[in-house]
Write a protein that binds this ligand. Structure first.
Ligand code: SAM
Length: 102
């Protein structure tokens, strides 16, 4: 999937163009949606990228387009996993289908 295709899947009124937001990308993998979001959000925004795969997280930059990316290693099924508060949550954990945005 290309960044353009990912951006089309992320088209949502939840994206705020004019002021910083905090997003959380659950099951971010190597960060396709995280990187795409960074091109859509206002500079100064933060994206928390969560995955249980450390090598995949390691391929995600710490910053892109003025957006801070914070990586969290953990299993979403683990009740002890501490997740940050966020304005918007998204995720595409299954191979098929679009990103879910809440
Ligand atoms: C199909 S990949 C999608 C990756 C990315 N969201 C994308 O669209 O390119 C699913 C990702 O979810 C992660 N994942 C699946 N179950 C998870 C869990 N219980 N906790 C954390 N990450 C999980 C996998 O490690 C994998 O990186």
């Amino acid at each position: 999937m290309t960044i353009q295709q990912a951006a089309a899947l992320l088209r949502t009124p939840r994206v705020e163009w004019t002021q910083p937001q905090v997003w959380c990308d659950l099951g971010c993998g190597e960060g396709l949606f995280t990187r795409t979001l960074a091109t859509l959000l206002a500079p100064g925004s933060t994206i928390y990228a969560v995955d249980r795969n450390q090598p995949a997280l390691g391929r995600i930059p710490d910053e892109r387009h003025g957006v801070t990316i914070r990586k969290i290693l953990g299993d979403l099924n683990d009740d002890s996993l501490q997740l940050p508060s966020a304005d918007v949550w998204c995720g595409k954990i299954k191979c098929a289908g679009a990103a879910d945005v809440r």
